[in-house]
Design a protein around this ligand. Sequence first.
Ligand code: FPP
Length: 239
Amino acid sequence: MSDRDFIKELGIRHIGIIMDGNGRWAKKRFLPRAAGHSQGAKAFKSCLDSCVRLGIPCVTFYAFSTENWSRPKEEVDALMKLFCSFMDEMLKLDSKNIRIRFLGDRSKLPQKVVDKMIQAENMYSDNTGMWCCIALNYGGREEIVNAAKKAAELYREGKITLEELNEDKFSSLLYTEGLPEVDLIIRPSGEQRLSNFLIWQSSYAEYVFMDVLWPDFTENDLIKALREYSERNRRFGGV
Ligand code: FPP
């Protein structure tokens, strides 16, 4: 069976990927951390291509967390520059029918980055293929507090009753509104934690932790993670 057929049969809906290990990749080579992020950006683009080729319906990449602002300014600036050049590329290249969405709090991002995000989202808005979501200035706790505020606002305006506020309604107030359920979270680099990534959405997800550093992550690693996922027995709280 081809990898594409295997994935179709698997019925996987949404994968979250924590792109971790760029700093260690650079350190091992006596390079600045920014060089690890540049290599990480290459791995990201190649992984995106693999996801399209393999027919994954939706993938969310963790690119910048609400906690990452505490890194040295030089590193944050290098990351913002990388995001901008990726979006510039996206505005020029064949979109491969990808739909794009940025998850996170835009209010603290540089205006230049936000403008490009909006431009990319708009340009790709008529596409019907795979969802590529990029979590940028994203934090799971911030997302939940933000959704709680939206719910309170709806209640105050009389647009929702307390009885109507259920899990589905609350989910629709998150950045991931309308996206499929998260089935699998992949974290390379050997760390085994969620780091505030999709904490609401991954309640029933499977986790695959891998030792490879993100800049070295290949399509083979992605398939390896999917094969490991296919062997899990998901019970969703049942028996
Ligand atoms: C975590 O590794 C990685 C990040 C905080 C940045 C991830 C960003 C990219 C891969 C850039 C490409 C993204 C786009 C959308 C173009 P780390 O720096 O914490 O690594 P370490 O744990 O080894 O120090």
